[in-house]
Ligand binder design. Structure first.
Ligand code: NAD
Ligand code: ZN
Ligand code: ZN
Length: 337
């Protein structure tokens, strides 16, 4: 079978690889869609410090079960499935408390272990989600949207609250969509006007703020001086993450969805006077995947426009570098098999 391997930094190769072996507790999935995300782009560029090569990328997967043994999940050959790519240990302190998304020994498919950029992959049955009534495209974006759904669920955002989402990339857009789905009034903030325009058109946010022009004043005007009660930072930018403390309402919650390899310093008086709740949000759990599935089924989230670029497995290598360029206006690129 064919697959693409990232042999070293900036070097992909389409090669013949061995078929996956049948392993107890696992199913063989024929891969039909592979979503490309920032992690893949960083891995290719060599900006991902913990990354080792060679590695088969691909963690946003949709496919069809080709072989499965007896299982309690009621899954059968021919079922369309999404893959939860987070391989948790099941025994650590986080796993024992149901927080499998932040396992101490997390191995993410396509990141720490080989992923799905190939015709077939073997996946633990526990990590498959049947996506009857969804399209293959919807099935493949379950994972990136689940990141946003998890952040929103974790924040405790309630209907009627005002939420600010900083960063209108694929992750921030997912947060916006689920904040709206939760009934919040959503403000999108970015430094890139095209991303703000996309946030308005796709996520239908109530307001957009360009972070380059006194965002504090703009947010005060929009909220009548109250400021958003929940702020999500999905920029991966340390300056934005530090500044977001000052943009959150007194008594509010700040959620770091984006991450950065740096120390973040903040003013304790700003933190304390607000009695701010600061949260990290990592990956997602099955519950979040199920919630996204429901939202997609209801037709509330427009996947067609979220996917901006497409390629076949054969033509992916030639197109991949263009997806790194801002001019390409990529939100989500999708490889079809
Ligand atoms: N929580 C998780 O488990 C999880 C999973 C995947 C990705 N991420 C992280 O989420 C973050 C966002 O991912 P993405 O793929 O959407 O990235 P992206 O780079 O496509 O989007 C980031 C957006 O933030 C904007 N931005 C940058 N600096 C800004 C600033 N100072 N003020 C306002 N906006 C600013 C950019 O213009 C861009 O539109 C990254 O840090 C990524 O590593 C987190
Ligand atoms: Zn991803
Ligand atoms: Zn664990």
């Amino acid at each position: 079978m064919k697959g693409i391997i990232c042999e070293e930094i900036e070097k992909f190769a389409l090669i013949d690889m061995p078929e996956p072996q049948i392993v107890p507790g696992e199913a063989i999935v024929r891969v039909r869609r592979i979503g490309i995300c920032g992690t893949d782009l960083h891995a290719f560029k060599g900006n991902q410090p913990f990354f080792t090569y060679p590695r088969i990328l691909g963690h946003e997967l949709a496919g069809i079960i080709e072989w499965i043994g007896d299982n309690e999940a009621g899954l059968r050959e021919g079922d369309q499935v999404s893959v939860i790519p987070y391989m948790h240990c099941g025994t650590c302190i986080a796993c024992r408390r149901g927080k499998t998304n932040c396992c101490t020994d997390m191995k993410v498919l396509g990141v720490h272990i080989d992923g799905g950029m190939r015709e077939k992959i073997s996946v633990p049955v526990t990590h498959l989600i049947k996506t009857e009534a969804l399209t293959l495209d919807q099935t493949a974006v379950l994972e990136p949207l689940a990141i946003g759904a998890h952040a929103v669920r974790r924040s405790g955002l309630r209907s009627g609250e005002t939420a600010l989402v900083i960063g209108g990339g694929p992750i921030g857009l997912g947060v916006m969509a689920f904040a709206k789905y939760a009934g919040a009034q959503v403000i999108a903030m970015d430094i890139n006007e095209e991303r703000l325009a996309f946030s308005r058109a796709w996520a239908n946010v109530a307001h957009t703020v360009n972070a380059s022009h006194d965002p504090k004043e703009q947010l005060a005007a929009i909220t009548g001086g109250d400021f958003p009660t929940v702020v999500f930072d999905a920029t991966g930018n340390a300056k934005s993450m530090a500044a977001s403390f000052g943009l959150t309402a007194h008594g509010g919650t700040l959620v770091y969805v984006g991450l950065v390899k740096a120390d973040i310093a903040f003013s304790d008086p700003e933190f304390h006077k607000r009695e701010l709740t600061l949260m990290g949000s990592r990956n997602a759990t099955r519950e979040d995947f199920d919630n996204v599935l429901e939202a997609l089924r209801s037709g509330e989230i427009d996947v067609a426009r979220y996917i901006t670029h497409r390629s076949s497995l054969e033509s992916m290598i030639g197109q991949f570098e263009s997806w790194l360029k801002p001019e390409s206006k990529v939100i989500k690129a999708m490889v079809e098999l």
